[in-house]
Design a protein around this ligand. Structure first.
Ligand code: SAH
Length: 203
C-alpha cells in the first residue's frame, strides 16, 4: 500500500490529474500482475516481462493512455492486448464494461483468473487477433491498443462510437512509437499526438 501511494504521488507529479484514475491505481495491487520473481520490482517505473516475450506496461504509460480515453462510468471500452491484465483492471474500475482481446491463450487465461480474484466482473475476454477488434460488441466509446501498431486498423475505426476515442501507439516495433489519439466525430477522425512511447509489436 505504501508503494502504491508513492506511485500515485509520482503520477500526480508527472501530470496525471484524473481523481477516479488515481483512485483506481491506488486500489489495484500491481504486484498481482507480474510473475512471482518480479514482485519486488512491481512498482519500479518501467515495464517488466510477463512471459511469451511480452511485458506489463510501465504504470505511467498505462495511466497516461487511460487518461487520454477520458472514460465515463457508462462507457464501454475495447482493449487490444490483455497481457497481464493490469491495464484491464484500471479500465474496469472506470468504465461500465471492458472487452479485452489477447492473442496468447495463456496470457488471457492468467489475466482472467487474476481479475476475477480481485472481484472485477465487468470484463469479457477473447483470444484472437486484436486487429479485427471485437465486432460482436461494437460500438465502443473507447478503444485502447497496448501494443505497437504499424498502422491503424480499419476495424478499430469502424467499431468506435461517434464521439469515441482511440488511443494507440503508432510506429515501428522495437523503437519509439507516437502515442496517438483519434476522435471520431461525424464519421471523421481527428488525430492528436501525445509524445513517444515504446511498446512490443502487435503480432
Ligand atoms: N496492457 C498489457 C500490455 C501487454 S504487452 C499489460 O500492461 O500487461 C502487449 C500485449 O499485446 C501482449 O500481451 C501481446 O501478447 C498482445 N498482442 C500482441 N499482438 C496482438 C494481437 N495481434 N492481438 C491481440 N493481442 C496482441
Amino acid at each position: 500500500m505504501k508503494q502504491r501511494l508513492a506511485l500515485v504521488e509520482q503520477l500526480k507529479r508527472r501530470g496525471i490529474r484524473d481523481d477516479r484514475l488515481l483512485e483506481a491505481i491506488l486500489a489495484i495491487p500491481r504486484e498481482n500482475f507480474v510473475p512471482r520473481f518480479q514482485k519486488p520490482r512491481a512498482y519500479e517505473d518501467r515495464p517488466l516481462p510477463i512471459g511469451k516475450g511480452q511485458t506489463i506496461s510501465q504504470a505511467y504509460v498505462a495511466a497516461l493512455m487511460t487518461s487520454l480515453l477520458e472514460l465515463s462510468p457508462s462507457d464501454r471500452v475495447l482493449e487490444i492486448g490483455t497481457g497481464s491484465g493490469y491495464q484491464t483492471a484500471i479500465l474496469a474500475h472506470l468504465a461500465e464494461h471492458v472487452y479485452t482481446v489477447e492473442v496468447f491463450d495463456e496470457l488471457s487465461s492468467h489475466a482472467k483468473k487474476r481479475l476475477h480474484a480481485l472481484g472485477l466482473s465487468n470484463i469479457s475476454f477473447r483470444v484472437g487477433d486484436g486487429r479485427e477488434g471485437w465486432p460482436e460488441h461494437a460500438h465502443y466509446n473507447g478503444i485502447i491498443v497496448t501494443a505497437a501498431a504499424a498502422e491503424i486498423s480499419d476495424a478499430w475505426k469502424e467499431q468506435l462510437e461517434e464521439g469515441g476515442r482511440l488511443v494507440v501507439p503508432v510506429g515501428e516495433p522495437y523503437s519509439e512509437q507516437i502515442l496517438q489519439r483519434l476522435w471520431k466525430s461525424g464519421g471523421q477522425f481527428r488525430a492528436e499526438n501525445h509524445g513517444y512511447v515504446r511498446f512490443v509489436p502487435l503480432l
